[in-house]
Each structure stands twice: as structure tokens, then as C-alpha cells.
Design a protein around this ligand. Structure first.
Ligand SMILES: [Zn+2]
Ligand SMILES: [Zn+2]
Length: 205
């Protein structure tokens, strides 16, 4: 059964800016915290996806929920604050992480059809929510940029608690060195010092 209380807004959660890769709260706070946090997220809406509302047993491809750490991001300052963990079906979660999905496709670890089905899933939910004419949808095979900022975010109605993605077009954008994580009031610095370091790390793995 699909419930009537999802947060489709979560599908607009930006790809995690690459300077933050390797800095997830689950890594910093450890397994005990993560197990408790993700269990709470799944129970909160009785094992329904927070974005599309499907029950895990009826979800596409994988009949489980996955946990996603959400961040409020300021693309002018690079401040990225952890704001909570949500439970998503496999397709909704992979739609958010479409940069990673594209890399899996390029490495032949998933098929083109699978990749396109996940993008269509998220795009359809967003179009149903925002209107057919919306330009805020993900196109396949888009180049994977370091920061993945989106100028249209400030126009989107924000329906999810304290989650905000801010770009002031009159101010300069943050560069690689500016990105940092705020978690429980503590500031954490990036793991990969430069974009080239990031490329070297992820091309080997
Ligand atoms: Zn979903
Ligand atoms: Zn995630």
C-alpha cells in the first residue's frame, strides 16, 4: 500500500558535494549510532518510503528501505549541516545519488535500462508533484560536476522540516576548500584535499 504522506521534496536532495565524500555521519558517529538512527527512520512511517510512499514490500527491484543522511547546504559558503536521516526505497535513494549510479553504469555494474528506470521513477514523482512543466528533473548521462549545485532550488517549495539548499546567485560560489560538514555542532574538514585527489581515489575503487 502507498501512503499519502510522503515527502517528494526529498528527491531534490542534491548529490553530496564531492569534497564531503568520506565524511558521512555514519562514519564519524559509528555503527551503534547508525543502527539506531536508521531503525528509527524505517519505523517512523511504518516501513514506507519517505519520498514516494511505497511500502518496502511493494518497492521496485529491492523490497527493503535504505537510509539516507540529509544535509542542508549553502553553496556560497560550503557549509553543509547534517539535518537527519530518512528511509527511502532503493529507486528513490539511487535517484538522489545519480552521480554514483552513472559511475556504476560506466563500469558496467548496472545496465542502461536499470539506470534509466531509476531516473524515470524519480522524474515522474517530481513531475506529478511540481507540475508537468517543471525544469527541475534529472537528465541521464549528465556530466558529474564537483558540487552539483542547482540554481532552481530556491524556487522549490520547501516542505521538509529544516532542510534547505541555498544559492545566492549574486555571491561567488564556494570552492573545493570551503566545503565542510557540521555535525552536532562540530565542524569536520574534507577528506580529499583536491578534486584531483577525489578522482584518484574513486577511479581506483
Ligand atoms: Zn521511494
Ligand atoms: Zn544516501
Amino acid at each position: 500500500m502507498r501512503v499519502n504522506m510522503p515527502f517528494p521534496y526529498l528527491l531534490l536532495h542534491p548529490n553530496i558535494p564531492k569534497p564531503l565524500h568520506g565524511l558521512a555521519p555514519r562514519t564519524i558517529l559509528g555503527a551503534k549510532w547508525w543502527n539506531k538512527t536508521k531503525a528509527q527512520a524505517k519505523v517512523k512511517f511504518d516501513f514506507h518510503c519517505w519520498a514516494c510512499g511505497v511500502h518496502q514490500q511493494e518497492a521496485k527491484s529491492k523490497q527493503w528501505l535504505e537510509s539516507h543522511e540529509c544535509y542542508s547546504i549553502n553553496y556560497n559558503t560550503g557549509r553543509s549541516e547534517y539535518s537527519g536521516t530518512v528511509a527511502l526505497c532503493h529507486f528513490c535513494h539511487n535517484f538522489i545519488h545519480d552521480g554514483r549510479l552513472l559511475i556504476l553504469y560506466q563500469k558496467n555494474q548496472i545496465s542502461e535500462g536499470y539506470y534509466l528506470r531509476i531516473l524515470a521513477h524519480g522524474n515522474n514523482i517530481l513531475r506529478n508533484w511540481l507540475g508537468k512543466d517543471t525544469s527541475i528533473i534529472k537528465h541521464p548521462f549528465e556530466p558529474n560536476e564537483p558540487f552539483c549545485e542547482h540554481e532552481d532550488w530556491h524556487k522549490v517549495p520547501q516542505k521538509f522540516n529544516n532542510l534547505t539548499w541555498v544559492i545566492n546567485p549574486r555571491l561567488p560560489l564556494a570552492d573545493w576548500n570551503d566545503y565542510h560538514l557540521i555535525l552536532e555542532g562540530i565542524r569536520y574538514e574534507r577528506k580529499h584535499q583536491t578534486f584531483q585527489d577525489w578522482l584518484n581515489f574513486y577511479e581506483q575503487s
